[in-house]
Design a protein around this ligand. Structure first.
Ligand code: GDP
Ligand code: MN
Length: 379
């Protein structure tokens, strides 16, 4: 789950990281009021859950409350990368002396958090990683020891931060590490962390991504999930307890079990096709869940064929077949569907399917090739 900038910065502040004064506005009028309260120059920032808002025109500096109202009206009518702007953060404007990148995420290879700093702040860090990998500095944090001061000092020194800011930087690093751990985050990022004209170090931007699996420990955060901003299909999948990840191939996959789903994608790839999604319906799926899963797959316009790969154990083949047939009744579709069903009640299941003119397959290789052929014809 992604948090908005204003939500992330609020959490940062709770952990002792300095942020600009400001508040979020839902209307242009509110933006004007906040600008009046803050006084002077303010920055208006579109709150959408994508990066690169600055480049897209979503970050605007203004000098007066009237101007703030005008610009907020414009921002609230905007879409950034397809996402409607519904909130605008009004912050006191900072005079920027220099910008650095500062963040923490999990390093899966090292199996521990990694803290990252770079002199190239304010810009797309993925781009820096590609073009100037030497400008990205990392320290790995032993979760049993926590972040050590020498590590923060190393990052401060290596990112060429003047010495007068080191104490403040160390405090920010500690805060960032603590908020990251406390909220079960997978990313906490300050880009940019700036040195202001009046020589303060503040977090100008903030981004946090929380681990969905840890959300039950943070009901107050789960509650602020901005469902308007999420992929509609992924949201519906979550509602039915399905693990769904959209990909960019043309073969919609429905599989029971994450390992089997990975294997299915591999085999599709092996025969020259591409999976349109990862979808694990889990064990013991009911006809209702199968039907919901198929309907979710078919909502992706890239899907030219559907491949069902079911290994019946607790999941019963006939139950899956009934789900497929009922989905077909609810949303009749021209999209060809290939089913490979083995295990518990496979005879009953396969009979129900072939009676309904659904392509069945005996092996995974057979199923993948039939699905690829069907997708090719559909195109
Ligand atoms: P992002 O583009 O979505 O990452 O949004 P940011 O909050 O990082 O803002 C992008 C850029 O806008 C920053 O790197 C700054 O250069 C600029 N910016 C943001 N806030 C201020 C501000 O208060 N004053 C000034 N002068 N520039 C700002
Ligand atoms: Mn940024």
């Amino acid at each position: 789950m992604k948090l908005h900038e204003y939500q992330s910065k609020q959490l940062f502040a709770e952990y002792g990281i300095p942020i600009p004064r400001g508040r979020v506005a839902l209307t242009a009028n509110e933006a004007k009021t906040i600008a009046e309260e803050l006084g002077g120059r303010v920055v208006l920032k579109a709150q959408v859950l994508v990066g690169g808002r600055g480049k897209a025109g979503g970050i605007r500096l203004v000098d007066t409350p009237e101007e703030a109202e005008d610009v907020a009206t414009q921002l609230l009518a905007m879409e950034i990368k397809g996402l409607p702007v519904r909130k605008v953060l009004v912050d006191e404007a900072a005079e920027i002396d220099s910008e650095i990148y500062f963040g923490i995420t999990n390093d899966r290879t090292s199996r521990c958090p990694v803290m990252i700093a770079s002199t190239e702040g304010g810009v797309d860090i993925e781009e820096v990683a590609k073009t100037h990998p030497e400008r990205i500095l990392r320290v790995w944090i032993d979760p049993l020891l926590g972040l050590k001061e020498f590590q923060s000092r190393y990052l401060a020194a290596a990112s060429e931060l003047p010495r007068e800011h080191w104490r403040s930087f160390t405090k920010i690093a500690q805060g960032l590490y603590e908020v990251y751990m406390a909220k079960d985050a997978t990313l906490a990022e300050i880009n940019p962390l700036v040195i202001t004209g009046d020589r303060r170090l503040i977090a100008l931007d903030g981004k946090m991504v929380l681990d969905d699996n840890g959300l039950f420990r943070h009901p107050e955060l789960a509650e602020v999930r901005d469902i308007d901003e999420e992929d509609e299909i992924e949201r519906d999948a979550r509602k039915y307890g399905l693990s769904y990840v959209k990909l960019d191939g043309s073969i919609g996959c429905m599989v029971n079990g994450a390992g089997l789903a990975m294997a299915t994608m591999d085999v599709i790839h092996l025969f020259g096709g591409g999976a349109a999604n990862f979808l694990d319906i889990g064990g013991g799926a009911s006809a209702e869940k199968v039907s919901a899963a198929i309907q979710i797959i078919l909502r992706d316009p890239n899907v030219k064929a559907v491949l069902l790969n079911i290994f019946g154990g607790i999941t019963r083949g006939d139950e899956v077949a009934r789900g497929v047939l009922s989905a077909w009744k609810e949303v009749p579709s021209e999209t060809p569907i290939v089913v490979r069903l083995v295990g518990t009640n496979e005879e009953e299941g396969n009979k129900l399917l072939s009676d309904a003119d659904i392509i069945t397959a005996t092996s995974l290789a057979d199923a993948a090739q039939k699905a690829i052929a069907a997708a090719g014809e559909a195109r």
